[in-house]
Ligand binder design. Structure first.
Ligand SMILES: *Cc1c(COP(=O)(O)O)cnc(C)c1O
Length: 461
């Protein structure tokens, strides 16, 4: 139940504050040039409102901070591991827990445990690190999301759904034994935080299991997804976020999860599964890549904070507030005529850069350029989610050209207030008025993996 009839009203109060630095436009022009027009390469202290990501940027509660003091920093068998295991059982319900330092650590374990080189790995749109680990393990990614997910303006309640026909066609085309597993991302980050319905998860699970294919949930944002099911899918209005989450997981065999998102923590993650052999395979690898199977790269105190954050986040009113903040910012922009991916998703607002800057072509990194301009204009930091993030095709070396070319205004949990969102909205609206002045970029340094993190650009004349 919501605490008030206005979910936007914070269900917490502020105990400690972090001062923000105010800079001038000239200062920011210099800073972004030095950062190679890549907002990932800016210094955080030069940013006024940081909407780069909601990953690890969350404000912990007093209960989580108190938990840090109970860190049991034993190398093996830390008591905080068992607290985390219990919280995972309560929220997600999988049999086995394998902790990891963050989501991609878990993705490496699952990819290496399940993929034989040459096998296909279908998924409902890609996520950067997920696909990278699948490909590094020898897998071939295939997008099986519904077509509407690639259309910024298709108004569907569950725009992250798997297209069952595409999944079935892939099974027919390559044969079930050549499919390692199917990844179901909930919500779909790259599609704008769009949710997947329970009916769809159930149907995917049925089709996969009838063909002997495992279903791996990317559960990083699964609590947000559960809230969307509660508010949008028939039959779930009276169920709690936690009950819905447990039901979602019950149709799947395993999960990877970044603890840096829904759990209100700054670091952490895990893999989970029901199959004993898969758990053994992952535990034999976790000691090589992450740490012992009872800490997986986290300190004992991190595991405690993550366990407490997980239980907090799973409350209905916490998720209601989270989604209300995204919708508040999104609706303000839409009202002002800013082209945004709709419906507004769970973790932020995705501005359609192609429409925002129609005179800059995708090959000139239009969204990258928009993110840099927004920073110079206002000190607000966003992230590119377009051609730079999509990287290159590993076989042909060609740039992947996604239909969605966006900047993401991502909302860290419990960090910013309504007036901050007003400042962000005003900045975006103001920049839109100057869109005729927009220029493209050229890439002058391209890293080999996950290029969006470290690539450098120069402004075209
Ligand atoms: C952040 C994220 C990941 C990767 O997690 P990290 O903790 O950043 O390694 C995987 N999937 C989704 C959907 C994410 O949002």
């Amino acid at each position: 139940m919501a605490l008030t009839n206005n979910p936007m009203a914070e269900p917490y109060k502020i105990k400690m504050v972090e001062p923000l630095k105010i800079t001038t436009k000239e200062y920011r022009e210099k800073a972004v040039k030095e950062a190679g027009y890549n907002t990932f390469l800016l210094r955080s202290e030069d940013v006024y409102i940081d909407l780069l990501t909601d990953s690890g940027t969350n404000a912990m509660s007093e209960n989580q901070w108190a938990g840090l003091m109970l860190g049991d920093e034993a190398y093996a068998g830390s008591k905080n591991y068992y607290v985390l295991e219990e919280a995972m059982h309560e929220c997600f319900g999988y049999k086995h827990l394998v902790p990891a330092h963050q989501g991609r650590g878990a993705e490496q374990l699952v990819s290496k445990a399940l993929i034989k080189p040459g096998q296909y790995v279908p998924g409902n749109m890609y996520f950067t690190t997920t696909r990278e680990h699948q490909e590094l393990a020898g897998g071939k990614f295939r997008d099986v999301i519904i077509d509407e997910a690639h259309d910024p303006y298709a108004l569907l309640p569950f725009k992250g759904n798997v297209d069952l026909n595409k999944f079935e066609d892939l099974i027919k085309e390559v044969g079930a034994k050549n499919i390692a597993y199917i990844t179901v991302g909930v919500t779909v980050n790259m599609a704008g935080g769009q949710p997947v319905s329970m009916a769809n998860i159930k149907a995917v699970s049925k089709m996969a299991h009838e063909n002997g294919i495992k279903v791996v949930l990317d559960a990083t944002r699964a609590m947000e997804n559960a809230y969307f099911i509660k508010t949008r899918e028939e039959g779930y209005a009276n169920k709690s976020v936690k009950e819905i989450l447990r039901e979602m997981c019950s149709y799947t065999d395993a999960a990877t999860c970044s603890g840096k998102k829904d759990f209100h923590t700054n670091i952490g993650g895990f893999a989970a599964c029901n199959d004993d052999d898969m758990a053994t395979a992952m535990r034999s690898m976790v000691v090589v890549y992450e740490g012992l199977q009872t800490y997986g790269g986290m300190a004992g105190r991190d595991m405690e904070a993550m366990a407490r954050g997980m239980l907090e986040a799973c409350q209905d009113h916490v998720m209601a507030h989270r989604i209300a903040q995204s919708e508040y910012l999104g609706n303000k922009l839409i009202k002002a005529g800013i082209p945004c991916i709709q419906p507004i998703g769970g973790h932020g607002v995705f501005v359609d850069a192609r429409k925002f800057y129609p005179n800059v072509p995708q090959e000139q990194y239009v969204a990258q350029s928009l993110a840099a301009d927004l920073y110079v204009h206002s000190g607000v930091r966003a992230m590119e989610r377009g051609i730079v993030s999509a990287g290159r095709n590993h076989e042909t070396g060609e740039e992947n050209k996604p239909k969605l070319e966006t900047i993401r205004l991502t909302i860290p949990r419990r960090v910013y207030t309504q007036s901050h969102f007003d400042v962000v909205a005003d900045a975006v609206i103001d920049l839109y008025r100057e869109r005729d002045k927009a220029k493209g970029l050229k890439m002058v340094y391209e890293p080999k993996y996950l290029r969006f993190f470290q690539a450098r650009f120069e402004k075209l004349p």
